[in-house]
Write a protein that binds this ligand. Structure first.
Ligand code: WTA
Length: 639
């Protein structure tokens, strides 16, 4: 029996679940009325499997719903309480945000951006990032934000795939007190991409940069721009953004999200999970470069006219008290972060959070990876002082918004540390076997979604076939999430990690195939395999096994460094393995598939399971032997 915690906020609207169970389509139809539409829809859902169109015939605009609807009642209300890494602070009201967005929308128009064009945004965590996104949304351009930790090669892939003719970046961004030279990275990334017409450069760090006739300064463009710009009336399924995410193939996939359905999903989940009130101060620690930032930093809080804290830098800079300091300074009431951050905070002991006044907190949340029950309990007790419900929210880039989560803004149910509890109303989740049959309680299986939901991706950008194959081919009628899960006797869902070759390192999604193709681009590397092994803080860390080409006799230490450099420049520092092991062959199945399960077991010191399908059993012994040798030498070095 798992422990349960009874802490609610007094809400109990069971009627909503009943309505949703009776008819999920008319349920979402009701929810969509919370948005402001220019014209109402004729059909709630057009489901031509596996393509869903929500609120067909309706016209809407995301920027209008985020900003115009709050003028003038909230024009003096703070939208963003921005905290710079270096301690600077800035308040952006709903009124200012509105003006800035309209001005930047006109800047984009003046540079020739039209409805349907793509704009790549590569900015640090500053208010101009949501401003640029909303400006795109305002004129019907599709934004594609690239996390500012990604390398030039990663950006190039994304710009090429999305064919963005405009890039928005900054001279630099601050990270752990150092300047990351973003404009230089963009220059490298788009070298030779002639379809890129302009690069708009925000002056954030004021470091010296080179400017060509292609490049324009943000402040100069804005100073000449008018603040009058009506929001375009867009069809409900108009593409709001593309966000690239890692999967099981060598290249990231462009997840495409629409407008009306996506906004409805975010509005509803933000209200149900976070119980948002006008007086709240919300703080989500995610970077906007990831989906959590898109959905629950940019769109959901603004749809509600909420006040939120936005933090520019690293959570432990200049030291591990930074987050608690921010919570105290801004009197944050709702805090949404990751298990990785919590594990790190917990490691430094209770004294750090205990020396701050956290009494403003009333609700806590986590996202991105499974949370260990002991970390959940620490969060509950030490941070929430046993009075804040915790929402463990499960969702994905593809789902757009939360699909499984406690919903204290809607109902009070007992919480179980480590469980995401129940699906949100209007969403049908199944745990099934290889054939798609429902599994009994307490049995591990594949997590699937049985009906379309409003935040669901429209498709993969420019690749409907891949969309079908990745999400809708394992099971014909169910969305395949790629996660393992089980239900308990109370119907609570327990997420059990990825079932495919996608890693979650510190909550960031990294595809092993992408990493492997990057490693084999080193001229000395013949083959490589990456896998994740458990880590106390990051949940998982990467280890890589590398087979060198015949005749390569370089010093392994030099090779190792060169491979690390390849990964940093090919993907970004977040994909750097903790360790690279050089081996002479990799364990494979008879059909030639690398057995990552086996490599993972070896590197995690676990028992090696069934090896009967191995192509060449000797490789297992060899991988084990090389690994043991390396372990021994590491231990000897540290003595
Ligand atoms: C994992 C992040 C357990 C899961 C929003 C999923 C979780 C992947 C949870 C999506 C959670 C997300 N508990 N695992 N509460 N939330 N995951 O696309 O494996 O970056 O498939 O979206 O994160 O990662 P993504």
């Amino acid at each position: 029996m798992s422990e349960t915690f009874h802490v609610g906020l007094g809400n109990n609207d069971t009627g909503l679940r009943k309505k949703a169970d009776a008819d999920f389509v008319s349920f979402w139809d009701e929810q969509a009325k919370n948005m402001s539409w220019f014209s109402t829809w004729e059909k709630t859902l057009d489901w031509t499997p596996p393509f869903a169109k929500w609120f067909v015939g309706g016209t809407i605009n995301a920027s209008y719903n985020a900003l115009d609807v709050h003028q003038t009642s909230k024009s003096h209300k703070s939208a963003i309480l921005w905290e710079g890494e270096n301690g600077e602070s800035r308040i952006v009201t709903y009124g200012e945000m509105f003006t800035q967005v309209k001005k930047f929308a006109n800047v984009l128009k003046s540079l020739g951006v039209q409805r349907g064009d793509r704009v790549t945004i590569y900015l640090p965590m500053v208010p101009e990032l949501p401003i640029a996104m909303l400006a795109c949304a305002r004129i019907g351009a599709t934004h594609t934000v690239v996390f500012s930790g990604f390398s030039a090669a990663s950006i190039k892939d994304r710009v090429l795939d999305s064919k963005s003719k405009i890039i928005v970046t900054a001279d630099g961004g601050y990270r752990r007190g150092k300047i990351v030279r973003l404009k230089d990275i963009i220059d490298d990334a788009i070298d030779g991409l002639d379809f890129v017409e302009h690069v708009i450069v925000l002056e954030r760090t004021k470091n010296k940069i080179s400017m060509s006739s292609r490049d324009k300064l943000w402040t100069e463009l804005m100073s000449e721009s008018s603040d009058s710009c009506d929001a375009e009336k867009l069809p409900s399924d108009h593409p709001l953004y593309i966000l690239y995410t890692s999967g099981t193939t060598g290249k990231p996939k462009g997840v495409l999200h629409g407008t009306g359905g996506y906004l409805t999903h975010l509005y509803s989940t933000f209200k149900w999970a976070f119980d948002i009130k006008d007086s709240d101060v919300f703080f989500c620690t995610a970077d906007i470069g990831w989906v959590t930032g898109h959905s629950y930093v940019v769109y959901a809080p603004l749809l509600h006219g909420a006040t939120q804290v936005m933090y520019e830098g690293a959570p432990d800079f200049p030291d591990v008290s930074r987050m608690w300091d921010i919570l105290q300074k801004y009197k944050v009431t709702i805090f949404y972060t990751t298990p990785t951050a919590l594990r790190m905070f917990m490691k430094f002991g209770d004294d750090v959070p205990n020396s701050f006044d956290l009494s403003s907190l009333r609700l806590l949340g986590t996202v991105g990876e499974p949370i260990n029950p002991e970390v959940w309990k620490w969060y509950f007790k030490t941070v929430g002082k046993e009075k804040c419900p915790i929402v463990d929210t499960w969702w994905q880039t593809e789902t757009g918004g939360m699909l499984i989560s406690p919903l204290p803004g809607l109902e009070t149910i007992p919480l179980k540390p480590g469980s995401g509890t129940l699906p949100i109303p209007g969403v049908s989740v199944g745990i099934v076997d290889e054939n798609g049959d429902d599994l009994p309680a307490n049995t591990k299986g594949y997590l699937v979604i049985k009906n379309p939901w409003p935040g669901m991706l429209l498709t993969l950008w420019g690749d409907d076939e891949k969309y079908k194959t990745v999400y809708w081919s394992k099971y014909e009628n169910y969305y395949y999430s790629g996660d393992y899960a089980r239900k308990d006797d109370d119907g609570y869902i327990w997420l059990l990690g990825r079932a495919d070759d996608v890693l979650k390192v510190a909550g960031h999604r990294i595809g092993t195939a992408e990493l492997e193709s990057c490693m084999v681009s080193h001229p000395g590397v013949a083959e490589s395999a990456a896998c994740g092994i458990p880590d106390d803080i990051k949940g998982e860390v990467i280890v890589a096994f590398v087979v060198l080409k015949h005749g390569v006799s370089k010093d392994p230490a030099i090779l190792e460094k060169e491979i690390y450099d390849k990964i940093r420049t090919g993907i970004g520092a977040i994909a750097t393995p903790k360790q690279i092991y050089f081996v002479s062959k990799l364990p494979k199945t008879r059909s030639g598939k690398i057995m990552r399960r086996l490599l993972k077991a070896i590197a995690s010191h676990e028992k090696i399971g069934d090896v009967s399908t191995l192509e060449d059993g000797a490789a297992v012994a060899e991988v084990q032997q090389v690994f043991d040798e390396i372990q021994k030498s590491i231990e000897a070095d540290s003595r």
